[in-house]
Design a protein around this ligand. Structure first.
Ligand SMILES: [Zn+2]
Length: 355
């Protein structure tokens, strides 16, 4: 079963196979740290570890390469421990059972830990190599990356000597990243006053669904519909007919493009026909506008149980206008690299009446 260590290039896979045998979920990295230090000792390489648990191993340049810029090979020690419901596995003590399945290396019932075991294995292969020509090499193995980059955050300034850092924590083979996105999560909270619902209101659920969603980083340039923004656009128009909001929910994660959003609304009986017309108009407009990107978009109105409280008119107008005015999606493309998004925004979650 475990012929992983026999895969080619052997110099890489033998290390990956050994890493799989050593438990190394986040916060249980002692054994993998010992393994790395043992490797350094065995190969007579200079090593050091720091207060947050990072390990640095240094290898001298091959003869004639001493004045080349030093290269840092960086990966992280910990892996994400996830298993299938029916798998019995204790991550801090049990080895990962890696095996070859067709063209893939995978694990029996658990995550494999290729993130970032394969990065560590690549660095170890370079450190162990006797035939590669290279300048000074430093391998930096950071601790507890998956749950907050604790090792990277705690890395002492000036501890590294190299000038070029290659991060070996990636998903695509044969590709080199030359930049990285920075991101900020903004949480906006605000109060609103409520009013008791009066007689003569019909309660409905306005629901937008069928959108593709996606990752706010990887898919933001595709022009997909943002369920929250589209729902608010419809609500903004319905306000002219006296429509009131009782509750509203859209999206589930800050970094996911929301696929669904819904609002419980109160419609004055006398405006029911007009509101149905507005929703039909909105629905036609959105399906035409996003016909190519979002062919399954649906905006629907259905009956709802009545709510006792509504958002006050004043606060509703303010919040709906604010959310409607919020920029969303790709804002600017890179001026230097074609096809790359420079700046983007994703309204990931909107919820009211949750407290
Ligand atoms: Zn990783």
């Amino acid at each position: 079963m475990s012929a992983i260590h026999e895969l080619q290039p052997h110099a890489l896979w033998q290390h990956f196979s050994a890493i799989c045998d050593i438990p190394h979920p986040s916060f249980h990295e002692e054994q993998i740290r010992e393994h790395l230090i043992g490797f350094a000792k065995e190969h007579n390489l200079e090593w050091q570890s720091d207060a947050v648990g990072n390990v640095i191993i240094r290898k001298n340049a091959t003869p004639g390469m001493e004045n080349r810029a030093g290269v840092i090979l960086q990966g992280h020690m910990d892996m994400v421990p996830q298993k299938n419901n029916d798998t019995v596995h204790d991550f801090p003590t049990d080895p990962i059972k890696a095996y070859i399945d067709g063209d893939w290396v995978t694990a029996e019932g658990t995550t494999l830990g290729a993130d970032n075991g394969i990065g560590m294995a690549a660095a170890l292969a370079v450190l162990a190599s006797k035939d590669l020509q290279h300048g000074p090499v430093e391998a930096l193995f950071t601790a507890t990356e998956e749950t907050g980059m604790i090792g990277a955050q705690g890395l002492q300034q000036g501890i590294l000597e190299g000038k070029i850092l290659l991060n070996l924590d990636t998903e695509d083979e044969g590709e080199l990243y030359i930049g990285c996105a920075g991101g900020t999560r903004i949480e906006i909270n605000g109060d609103y006053s409520t009013e008791s619902a009066q007689d003569g209101l019909v309660f409905k659920t306005l629901y937008i669904s069928g959108l593709k969603g996606g990752h706010s980083g990887c898919d933001i340039h595709l022009g997909r519909g943002n369920a929250i923004k589209l729902l608010i656009r419809a609500l903004h128009r319905l306000e002219a007919e006296g429509v009131r909001i009782a509750s509203l929910n859209g999206g589930s994660l800050a970094n996911a493009i929301p696929r669904e959003a819904s609002a419980t609304i109160a419609i004055p009986e006398s405006s029911l026909v007009a509101c149905n017309n507005i929703i039909d108009q909105c629905s036609n407009e959105l399906t035409a506008e996003l016909a190519v990107v979002e062919p399954n978009l649906k905006l629907t109105l259905s009956d709802s149980v009545p709510a006792a409280e509504l958002m006050s008119v004043q606060d509703q107008n303010k919040w709906v206008a604010a959310v409607d005015a919020c920029p969303n999606g790709a804002q600017r493309m890179s001026d230097s690299i074609e096809g790359v998004v420079e700046t983007s925004l994703n309204m990931g979650v909107l919820t009211i009446n949750e407290w």
